[in-house]
Design a protein around this ligand. Structure first.
Ligand SMILES: *[C@@H]1O[C@H](CO)[C@@H](O)[C@H](O)[C@H]1NC(C)=O
Ligand SMILES: *[C@@H]1O[C@H](CO)[C@@H](O)[C@H](O)[C@H]1NC(C)=O
Ligand SMILES: *[C@@H]1O[C@H](CO)[C@@H](O)[C@H](O)[C@H]1NC(C)=O
Ligand SMILES: *[C@@H]1O[C@H](CO)[C@@H](O)[C@H](O)[C@H]1NC(C)=O
Ligand SMILES: *[C@@H]1O[C@H](CO)[C@@H](O)[C@H](O)[C@H]1NC(C)=O
Ligand SMILES: *[C@@H]1O[C@H](CO)[C@@H](O)[C@H](O)[C@H]1NC(C)=O
Ligand SMILES: *[C@@H]1O[C@H](CO)[C@@H](O)[C@H](O)[C@H]1NC(C)=O
Ligand SMILES: *[C@@H]1O[C@H](CO)[C@@H](O)[C@H](O)[C@H]1NC(C)=O
Ligand SMILES: *[C@@H]1O[C@H](CO)[C@@H](O)[C@H](O)[C@H]1NC(C)=O
Ligand SMILES: *[C@@H]1O[C@H](CO)[C@@H](O)[C@H](O)[C@H]1NC(C)=O
Ligand SMILES: CC(=O)N[C@H]1CO[C@H](CO)[C@@H](O)[C@@H]1O
Ligand SMILES: [Cu+2]
Length: 820
């Protein structure tokens, strides 16, 4: 890992290997509950554990010693079925590793011993079962889907270095029936599940290629910046470049940029570009065939180092200033403290403990009438499955697919950058959350795990679940005689992934009216540009710094199953119209009306939010109508801004991110199309493993099992307020799913946490609080505890690592790696 300092915010292979992970091990499968679960409103007997002291208080009805309600912080529950998306257990992963090493045809080397001409295991994780099999298991009492392991091999013991997706199973492993085969059915590229690896020679690249170049111009870098990159730990420059590598005319072209190394402990390197770029043709695995293609400084291109040196030491050469770290790039408290800021700020508490129930082992959650399972993968982090309301499935799957950050600029570094972040993976960078900051201290925290280099890493407390009291009511109305108002208490499941320079906060929220929200917020260090000649691509935000413009686009899969799998997408548009009516005495009136239509086939399956928000997009079940003949459904609507990619037919990405081009895409659900992207799409942008455009093959979309692919995103033009870090108040995108004629009325009427206050002649005449919890009332069973808890910030640990080959569960160690 000696190269860590030289590598870009994301672009590195020695670390890729490390980050090429899978999850595993939250849980051993637990036996299914023996008694059928009772669903529906009210309490399912025996479902929740009640603290003994609460039971005592109820039995004795003694007000004097009522216990704290919050005694049980997380209510436990048993999942109705074992989670079909659960990770492999520690033992399963260990047996798969052992079995793989025993397969001579795979010719594997352990990662610790491997060089750039060896085959290694990049990933082992559970293969998510086909929807067909899961529905049979969940809905028809079929046996649980057979478990398989999804394995990714990094086959570098060949001229044609490539990644290979394979499937190993069935599990548990036995030496007779277990086999492996190439995995290609989930991908559009039918290549036996392989894609080339453009980073196979990254070790050689730095030692034998980049450093010799930077050393050869050390006279210039020292003169310009008093800094050099010679390949030592004490280097004062770092060099890293574009991602994906430029893929054109069969050539693989790198552009690498020089960046200052921060002189303090802050991770501000992406704010310190120096405006010098080198270009190399690194096609193929033979470094003797690689070619230096030129160098760019101040928008002047030099074909050789000699040309540059001659120009540099000539009179009149224009030298631009450097970006140097300082207080401006440091995130600690700085500047005059705002008035009253040192007093304790408001805080939320859960006075009655959790009002939701969690099966931590199966990762199954119930809150009010919602329930869902949590899945977790190396590529895309946390996913939600089988989201139900009162036992009726609404979504089969709700999950991140890919996150794109597409830059542009006058220089080849910014112009060449279009990060596809699942290459690095969200799972491995979902670090421990900070209680009281990322999530409330009263939240429930779950672990996540992933495989890397023959070890399993566990990130403790990396997923949080909590209820929150919104800062606005969900309902209110007042008259001359009464006011009716309802609390907006909602439930959120959240995780945060730091992928290189950026920290993404993903939140999935559930509301009392049956609506849901998906939100992403971003913070962290921007990737900035050198300011010279970049006026058309960003604001000038610091001494020699441009806030490099870029689009964030994050694709989510929303596999709706509204009252069954036969669903349609209805569009209801407000349109201006000129119409006469029977009563308008022949005079036309300029007004508006509704137009309803359906997305008939995949040919019409890609579209954008219309202008003026005039078109509602509703997933309906045409065969499930309400009492008035309207189709029951869920509407999809932007919550805060969303965005799709501004660039048309991106030269950087070609076919690798076709999902980014529209706000909404609709396809027919197919077991062969589980994901809109692949972690290694960046390795072959012309012929990527998953080309989303190929999903669109005229399939009918009426009364079919349909999947919506929805983009969140933001056109990010960083301004001075993005320094030192982007802030999550405004770096925010969200989408909502709201019931549309789905229920007979608003479901939030069912909560007791509302009040009607009657008044007359200047005074209150009645308060109806509907039996909501009231500690002063005679039948209060416990005493709410409003004392805020300080998060224990000294309990922050980093990840726990357990060796899998040889398997050593009793000897864990600690090691936290980030991409930067
Ligand atoms: C197996 O891998 C080694 C490098 O680890 C390589 O030298 C050897 O040629 C490979 N064998 C085959 C049959 O590919
Ligand atoms: C599945 O099993 C449960 C419990 O035994 C039973 O109540 C239910 O009717 C079964 N469902 C089907 C579709 O067979
Ligand atoms: C399978 O074979 C390997 C190597 O021969 C052996 O170590 C392992 O115990 C066997 N596993 C089972 C389940 O028989
Ligand atoms: C140049 O850098 C060296 C250390 O890398 C430092 O000791 C020296 O003071 C610097 N010179 C100037 C002029 O900043
Ligand atoms: C940096 O490290 C190299 C190799 O260890 C050493 O030769 C050199 O003197 C060091 N430079 C400075 C400025 O410490
Ligand atoms: C998370 O992992 C830690 C350490 O292994 C363990 O003590 C804890 O019980 C786990 N938490 C959950 C919710 O499984
Ligand atoms: C997209 O651009 C590529 C070149 O980068 C070109 O070959 C292709 O025809 C373009 N496709 C469309 C639909 O414009
Ligand atoms: C899942 O579906 C694909 C595509 O139909 C099929 O090739 C594959 O065998 C299925 N997997 C299992 C475990 O049945
Ligand atoms: C309010 O005051 C008016 C006039 O004094 C009286 O007629 C009316 O009954 C009062 N209403 C109530 C609800 O007390
Ligand atoms: C709580 O109960 C007390 C005693 O019965 C009553 O005076 C008070 O109004 C109640 N508060 C609410 C909000 O209902
Ligand atoms: C299973 C079923 O009843 N399907 C019907 C759903 O509604 C469409 C359109 O009204 C009919 O064509 C299907 O036959
Ligand atoms: Cu940004």
């Amino acid at each position: 890992m000696g190269f860590l300092n030289c590598l870009g915010p994301r672009a590195i292979v020695s670390v890729l290997a490390l980050s090429s992970l899978a999850h595993d091990v939250f849980a051993r499968p637990s036996p299914e509950p023996k008694v059928p679960r009772i669903k529906g409103p009210g309490k399912a007997p025996g479902k929740r554990k009640m603290a003994d002291s609460i039971k005592r208080a109820i039995a004795g009805n003694r007000r004097a010693d009522v216990p704290d309600c919050a005694e049980t912080t997380t209510t436990t529950i048993t999942a109705p079925k074992a989670n079909p998306w659960s990770p492999l257990t520690n033992e399963e992963t260990a047996t798969v590793v052992t079995w793989l090493f025993a397969q001579e045809d795979l010719n594997l080397t352990t990662t610790a011993d491997a060089g750039s001409w060896d085959n290694t295991i990049t990933l082992i994780e559970a293969m998510w079962p086909n929807k067909t099999d899961v529905l049979a298991y969940l809905d028809l009492n079929a046996t649980a889907p057979t478990k398989y392991a999804h394995v990714v091999l990094n086959n570098m013991a060949t001229e044609d270095a490539h990644y290979a997706d394979i499937i190993v199973g069935p599990l548990p492993i036995d030496n007779v029936t277990t086999t492996w085969e190439p995995l290609s059915y989930p991908f559009t590229k039918k290549s036996g599940g392989t894609v080339r690896n453009l980073d196979a020679d990254s070790d050689t690249l730095y030692v034998d290629w980049i450093y010799p170049i930077s050393a050869s111009i050390a006279d210039i870098t020292l003169d310009l910046w008093n800094a050099s990159a010679l390949g030592f730990d004490n280097d004062t420059l770092t060099i890293w470049g574009i991602d994906p590598q430029w893929q054109d005319d069969g050539r693989i072209i790198r552009w690498d940029a020089f960046w200052n190394v921060p002189s303090d402990e802050f991770d501000s390197s992406t704010l310190l570009p120096l405006g010098l770029y080198i270009c190399s043709d690194v096609t193929g695995r033979d470094p003797s065939q690689w070619k230096f293609e030129g160098l760019l400084y101040n928008d002047i291109f030099y074909e050789t180092i000699e040309d540059f040196r001659t120009a540099y030491w000539s009179p009149g050469f224009v030298k631009n200033p450097a970006n140097i770290n300082g207080d401006w790039s440091n995130t600690d408290q700085l500047g005059d403290i705002p008035a009253m800021d040192t007093a304790a700020p408001p805080v939320q508490v859960a006075p009655a403990g959790s009002r939701y129930a969690v099966d931590a082992e199966q990762k199954y959650v119930e809150w009010m009438d919602f329930s869902f399972y949590i899945g977790f993968t190396r590529d895309t982090g946390m996913a939600l499955h089988d989201i139900r309301y009162k036992g009726e499935r609404i979504l089969y799957e709700l999950s991140l697919q890919e996150a794109l950050a597409h830059y542009a600029g006058n220089d080849p570094m910014q112009s060449g950058t279009a990060y596809l972040d699942t290459f690095y993976g969200f799972g491995p960078y979902a670090f421990q959350l900070v209680p009281g900051y990322d999530c409330p201290t009263h939240a429930t925290y779950l672990n996540s795990s992933f495989y890397v280099e023959e070890t399993c890493h566990t990130h403790i407390g990396s997923i949080c679940l909590f209820e929150f009291d919104a800062d606005y009511a969900i309902q209110r109305h007042s008259t001359s005689g009464y006011i009716s108002i309802t609390k907006n208490t909602y439930f959120t499941v959240r995780y945060v992934a730091t992928v290189g320079n950026y920290d993404y906060t993903f939140s999935y929220s559930f509301y009392m009216d049956g609506s849901m929200a998906v939100e992403v917020r971003a913070s962290g260090y921007i990737q900035s540009a050198y300011f010279a000649n970049n006026q058309d691509y960003g604001f000038h935000i610091h001494d020699a710094l441009s806030g490099s413009m870029h689009d964030h686009v994050l694709n989510f899969k929303a596999d709706f199953d509204i009252l069954g799998t036969g669903n349609s997408v209805q569009l209801v548009s407000l349109v201006p119209t000129t119409t006469s009516y029977s009563w308008s005495k022949g005079k036309a009136r300029n007004t508006m009306k509704l137009e309803r239509s359906f997305i008939e086939t995949e040919d019409d399956g890609q579209f954008d939010w219309g202008p003026n928000g005039a078109t509602q997009v509703i997933v309906v079940n045409e065969n499930a109508t309400n009492a008035y003949g309207e189709m029951r459904g869920y509407r999809i609507l932007p919550f805060t801004g969303t965005a799709h990619l501004t660039v048309l037919n991106s030269s950087n990405l070609v076919n690798a991110a076709k999902w980014a081009e529209h706000d909404i895409s609709v396809t027919k659900q197919k077991d062969t199309e589980p994901r809109s992207a692949h972690a290694f799409n960046s390795q072959d942008v012309w012929d990527p493993p998953v080309d989303f455009a190929k999903f669109f093959d005229c399939e009918p979309l009426r009364n079919e099992d349909i999947v919506l692919w929805l983009n969140l995103g933001m056109h990010h033009i960083p301004h001075s307020g993005d320094l030192p870090n982007t802030v999550m108040t405004t770096a925010h995108s969200g989408i909502q799913f709201m019931p549309s004629n789905y229920f007979a009325g608003d479901q939030s009427r069912r909560t007791v946490n509302q009040v009607r206050i009657d008044y007359a002649n200047g005074s209150t005449t009645a308060v109806n609080s509907f039996g909501q919890y009231n500690v002063s009332s005679a039948d209060a069973t416990c005493k709410p505890d409003y004392t805020p808890v300080d998060g224990n910030l000294w309990a922050y640990t980093g990840d726990i690592v357990v060796r899998k080959f040889p398997f050593d569960p009793n000897n864990p160690f600690f090691e936290t790696d980030s991409i930067v």
